[in-house]
Design a protein around this ligand. Structure first.
Ligand code: HEC
Length: 147
């Protein structure tokens, strides 16, 4: 276990192939608001510091719930569990988490303490659980901005 700043690379929870599948969905459903390269737009960038602020230390289930709930709604669609997992895989990849040999395929695994969104190398496991919405239930939070 290494906690060296910028070096912590947990995971290998998804495959490259899965992230590529997620990327296609992202391009259609998410890019209009978050940017084709996750550079942001009407929505914040789901990458880097912004990701860390929202999710650092949070369980992946929270992020998954965010995608499956409010973000699907923002995109005017619904996602199957697996589609949301693929999108999550893509976001993990874009946030620097290395791919592995097995796809993310079971939402129950996202509850494990080891599966957090702590992917940028910060040691924020205990400090960052504060302001998170419990998104897994699909709290839809307000209308999208910019329309
Ligand atoms: C209509 C615009 C819109 C669409 C489409 C949209 N989002 Fe968002 N997204 C937002 C806004 C605005 C926020 C800021 C938080 C909020 O309002 O709930 C956000 C927040 C987020 C966050 C958390 C922000 C962060 O900094 O980490 C993630 C992750 C995310 N979106 C992913 C997605 C994904 C994946 C999709 C595609 C399925 C998607 N979004 C589609 C507008 C959108």
């Amino acid at each position: 276990m290494s906690n060296e700043q910028g070096k912590t690379k947990q995971g290998r929870w998804y495959t490259e192939e899965q992230a590529a599948t997620g990327a296609k969905t992202y391009a259609q459903a998410c890019a209009p608001c978050h940017g084709a390269n996750l550079e942001s737009g009407a929505g914040p960038t789901p990458k880097g510091a912004s990701w860390q602020q929202l999710y650092g230390g949070a369980k992946l289930l929270t992020v998954w719930g965010e995608i499956k709930g409010p973000m699907a709604q923002y995109a005017g669609t619904t996602f199957a569990n697996q589609q949301s997992l693929n999108l999550l895989a893509y976001l993990l990849q874009q946030n620097g988490l290395p791919a592995g040999k097995k796809p993310l395929a079971d939402t129950r695994t996202l509850r494990h303490d080891s599966m957090t969104a702590e992917v940028l190398g910060r040691e924020s496991r205990s400090s960052a659980n504060s302001s998170l919405r419990s998104a897994a239930g699909g709290s839809a939070g307000g209308a999208p901005r910019g329309q």
